[in-house]
Design a protein around this ligand. Sequence first.
Ligand code: NAP
Length: 294
Amino acid sequence: MREQPLILDGNAVAAAIKEKLAARIGALAERGVVPRLATILVGDDPSSATYVKMKGNACRRLGIDSVRVDLPEATTTEELVDVIRRLNDDPAVHGILLQHPVPHGIDERAAFEAIAIEKDVDGVTTLGFARNAFGFADFPSCTPAAIVSILDYYNLPIEGKHAVVIGRSPILGKPVSVMLLNRNATVTICHSKTERLPDVVGAGDIVVAAVGKPKFVQGDWIKPGAVVLDAGYNPGNVGDVDFDACLSNASAITPVPAGVGPVTIATLLKHTVDAAEKRANENRTKIEPHYKII
Ligand code: NAP
């Protein structure tokens, strides 16, 4: 009889990440530093408001400061960029998260690009993306990093495996593809123009769903024994994968909720602590010039 698939418990992975942060936050506190994440929410999309609230609550529970900037739907790109620049200049802020998506009238890319690289804790700038592609990002995008962390936590091999990623957004599909490539997977990236998608997905040893369509990935697309990671989060707590249908073929699978989502938040907290430590260490090693600057 076929073994039951392993349900990849995102809460357990998140707890392991957060457990390691507690001591680091304590050590920073002794140096008078409290990591601080600024979250920016533009407009009143209820799902985005919920995500931002969840991130703020997660910060507080761990002793990370969070400041929330709420801006009206009618905010212009220039106004948003101005807010981001002020957060860039604020030495008490270590990380900046602009909640995606922003209202249609705003140039989201221009807003992302305004985030200073040392505060780009969600890897949304082109420089952050490029560093991630080269494999030396300080802060790879949180959801892609979460997906890799889940595979690592469960010792699921990446090297040599054929990973099929469905979705190519700059914050999810593309960065997770390069991260898997950097870990020596053979990667196929699918999108809305991909032909014979079920066949392509059916070749994957690892399948990452990042589509934004509820229960999009069907059970009979999945190769027997494949590992399925569902990054989707649609209204009603529904993922991009038809979880029940995929159970019969997958060897391991993330549920929604309690899969990729909590690990994404834990990763964001980790990156904020990383950023705070990096800044604190830079301040410590700053050498006063022994010559006069004129
Ligand atoms: P997105 O920017 O809308 O990108 C969706 C991608 O799916 C696009 O590349 C699109 O292709 C592709 N796609 C759409 N229809 C398709 C089809 N019929 N066949 C194949 N590919 C198709 O979405 P996103 O921001 O990457 O988010 C994806 C999902 O992840 C959403 O459910 C979102 O809520 C979720 N998410 C979760 C977390 C988390 O923490 N768990 C974080 C971020 C996002 P084209 O490029 O051709 O348009």
